[in-house]
Ligand binder design. Structure first.
Ligand code: PEP
Length: 252
């Protein structure tokens, strides 16, 4: 949708130390020197870096996101972080239901849904990830899987401002494999239809990111597909030059 401002977000996963601030600084400086309009930019570092990074991005185009949150605002949950804590550290968004959390921590759609409600409670935008495994794609059930995830993981009350959907085929994450443009178009079209049917105009305005081996070399083609409103980028977001190469897909 042409009136939807895309969002290119970098998911640093469990990568990055204080010294990685130099990559963020390069990103901020380059975007200040050569502004790119018509696209929002976000970095989602490990939570340990949010506070330090929030000072670095202040006044720039770059926003910060987190990678997960607990459902409660506070309490006896050793090792967990609440959405309120992430907001307090400078995050404006949080990635939820990433396939690595679904696989490593047994997260189900109902957990993702509760976390999205927690994110909204704290004023964070929820970036909700959906996508099929390789086996599901081979079995021909991709659209069923994605429809079920959307239905069960997105709470009622989702709006274009508080929710972003990231379509990430699990088999494309970190593998260098990318679905065909036709396949991306088909799945994003179905996601748009589902969002519009459930949330009306809010669903029509919601951003649908593509994620899975997005690189500077394939970004332009992927980002020009109907209903692809930006990218969720893993590996290629760790180096400022690569990430800038992806953002450049939006340069006119
Ligand atoms: C991701 O983890 O969200 C992702 C898309 O990773 P990569 O870009 O490395 O495939």
């Amino acid at each position: 949708m042409s009136n939807v401002q895309p969002l290119v977000a970098g998911n640093w996963k469990m990568n990055g130390l204080k010294s990685s601030a130099s990559e963020l600084k390069t990103l901020v400086d380059k975007l200040n020197a050569e502004p790119v309009s018509g696209v929002d930019v976000m970095i989602c570092p490990p939570a340990t870096l949010l506070l330090a990074f929030s000072a670095l991005v202040e006044g720039s185009k770059v926003k910060l996101g987190a990678q997960d949150c607990h459902t409660e605002a506070s309490g006896a949950h050793t090792g967990d972080l609440s959405a309120e804590m992430l907001a307090d550290s400078g995050a404006v968004a949080v990635i939820l239901g990433h396939s690595e959390r679904r696989a490593d921590h047994g997260e189900l759609d109902r957990h993702v849904r509760a976390k999205a409600e927690a994110a909204w409670r704290a004023g964070l935008m929820a970036i909700i990830c959906v996508g099929e495994t390789e086996g599901q794609r081979k079995a021909g059930v991709t659209l069923d899987v994605v429809r079920r995830q959307l239905k069960n993981a997105i709470p009622d009350g989702a709006t274009a401002a508080n929710t972003v959907i990231a379509y990430e085929p699990v088999w494309a994450i970190g593998t260098g494999l990318v679905p065909t443009a036709e396949d991306v178009k088909q799945v994003h079209g179905v996601i748009r239809d589902e969002l519009a049917a459930r949330f009306g105009d809010e669903g029509r305005g919601m951003r649908i990111q593509y994620g899975g081996s997005v690189k500077p070399g394939n970004a332009k083609e992927l980002m020009s597909i109907d209903n692809v409103n930006g990218a969720l980028v893993g590996g290629a977001s760790l180096k400022a030059e690569d990430f800038l190469g992806i953002i450049a897909a939006y340069k006119s």
